[in-house]
Design a protein around this ligand. Structure first.
Ligand code: OGA
Ligand code: MN
Length: 287
């Protein structure tokens, strides 16, 4: 028997009584999937899984993304988030790997820079620092529901260009390689995603959101900034303090997330992520 324990009034639930590496009957999986739909973030504690077990559990939710060029784990179904090199030595802050980790400290939705963005991400805590290195989540459904009328009107029908090179250039102008630029050109996304009549709509934004189509650059930027300032109010934020062997699944269409800093020059952090691909673009096909 699994249990569901809500962690925050707006999002996140812990699933108890489950070993994710054991076979999960269809009826139990449906319960998990329904909790995922409702709560957007699911926490599974004490899951000492291997990479293959993580892949197998992730694949219950859908096909996995293959890791893009320029990221540790490229070509595989895993993204390795670590501040160590292959020998386990902490890398300096100027290292590409450190800069990419730093980029995760901006609020974002994973793979929003892809034409069909990621549905969900699953992150497994293998090594965590003694302090900091938490992950924070915001319910973008709650945010949309509470937008003042003026902003609700402003977002209606808007298309946003998401661009990996844009978000990375904010961290360091030389961080994105030509190979990455070619692999992930800018894409168009809906500013609002509809989750059906029971769940309502969510605002779809984050660090990769570069500009708003059909608006002058500065006005579009100002709108994105105003919406992000509204969304990131503390009451919408759920801050998760990791314990070793925690596993978290989140819905990238309904939440944004970010990493918090830690003493990365001296402490170690190793997380392994799998990413469940989306099934459709956020923009309905125009007939
Ligand atoms: C990610 C991510 C945040 C963290 O895995 O997609 O943004 O706290 N992680 O490591
Ligand atoms: Mn992320």
């Amino acid at each position: 028997m699994i249990g569901t324990k809500q962690m925050h009034p707006l999002l996140a639930a812990e699933i108890t009584g489950l070993d994710v590496s054991a076979p999960i009957p269809e009826a139990v999986f449906s319960e998990i999937n329904e909790a995922f739909r409702r709560h957007s973030v699911l926490v599974f504690r004490d899951q000492p899984i291997t990479d293959d077990q993580q892949i197998a559990f992730s694949e219950r939710f859908g096909d996995l993304e293959t890791t893009k060029v320029g990221t540790v784990g490229t070509g595989s179904k895993l993204i390795v988030l670590s501040n160590m090199d292959a020998d386990g030595t902490v890398v300096p802050p100027s290292d590409r790997q450190s800069l990419n980790n730093r980029a995760n400290r901006s609020w974002h939705a994973d793979s929003s820079f892809k034409a069909v963005p990621a549905m969900a991400s699953m992150l497994s805590a293998r090594i965590i620092p003694s302090k900091g290195g938490d992950t924070e989540y915001i319910s973008m459904r709650a945010v949309y529901a509470e937008l003042p009328d003026r902003l609700k009107q402003a977002v209606e029908g808007k298309v946003v260009v998401h661009d990996y090179a844009y978000s990375r250039s904010k961290i360091d102008p030389n961080l994105v390689t030509d190979e990455e630029r070619a692999a992930v050109p800018p894409v168009r996304q809906a500013m609002v995603i509809d989750h059906g009549s029971d769940l309502g709509r969510s605002l779809y934004l984050g660090a990769h959101a570069a500009r708003v189509e059909g608006m002058p650059e500065d006005e579009g930027r100002a709108l994105i900034d105003e919406l992000m300032a509204f969304a990131t109010q503390e009451r919408f934020v759920y801050a998760y303090k990791w314990r070793p062997l925690d596993l978290i699944l989140w819905d990238n269409r309904a939440v944004i997330h970010r990493a918090t800093p830690f003493e990365s020059a001296t402490e170690k952090r190793l997380m392994v992520r799998t990413t469940i691909a989306g099934e459709a673009p956020t923009l309905a096909a125009v007939g």
